[in-house]
Design a protein around this ligand. Sequence first.
Ligand code: ATP
Ligand code: MG
Length: 273
Amino acid sequence: MGRTANARGAAGVAEEDAARQARAIVRRAEAGETGQGLRHGGPVVRLTRVTKRYRMGAQSVTALRGVNLEIPAGDFLAVVGPSGCGKSTLLNLIGAIDLPTDGEVWVDGRDLARLSDRELTALRRERIGIVYQFFNLLPHLSAWENVALPLLLNGLPAPEVRVRVDRQLEQVGLGHRATHWPHELSGGEMQRVAIARAVITAPALLLADEPTGNLDTQAGEEVMQLLRAQHAGRGQTIVVATHSPDVARWARHIVHLRDGAIAGIEEPRAPLA
Ligand SMILES: Nc1ncnc2c1ncn2[C@@H]1O[C@H](COP(=O)(O)OP(=O)(O)OP(=O)(O)O)[C@@H](O)[C@H]1O
Ligand SMILES: [Mg+2]
């Protein structure tokens, strides 16, 4: 009673914010484990007439031109097309890493152009997980620490972090590699650590940009199997960019991109589901 935010001071407020965030993550993570809470109705991602132009000095490159796309919650979508067609650009817009030149990108019911930097950071941190072709693990952190990082950044208490990270590493089959540095892991193992890191906060949306691009067939299949399990178990919305038809077959829907525009959307002819 009577203790105002001012009286507590900024440190106290930050601490409370962190604790509140931590509780929210735990709730979401638990809901995610039973597949509840993430399977809400409407589209989780909506792009309306999205154009992206990159300025290059006097020149500009149009990477996306007038893309309309709705990705319903719980979908597993592959974006395919030749090099340079705009796959990574599309994922970066959906992942709130970049903003469109024209048009709107809505994620989780919010128009990204209307969010402050702080809100964008929070959205990325709490609602979106990203997996990259080159894994992007922090080289000076162990496998375990890499996976723990998002939870630590969100202020989750250490004992909770320990339990969750141990369990997540087991789930990707790497309990026995927890103390390895990234350079002591195979490519497939690094990507499984990266997936564990991307899903540890139970994000509603998981984006993967050429997640198998640096792996052999076997390791690539294991990665896709993990994404599939993630989709089946947690009902997460997953978007995978790939140039490989074999990888795209794991998805429920395939969006074909050509020269920055959607050339067609199909269901895989020989789905692996
Ligand atoms: N930061 C940037 N500045 C300028 N041009 C860019 C930038 N990023 C991408 N482009 C250009 O935009 C187009 C789309 O690039 P993007 O990376 O989205 O393609 P992609 O489909 O992911 O290709 P890949 O399969 O090779 O990864 C390309 O012509 C590329 O050269
Ligand atoms: Mg790309």
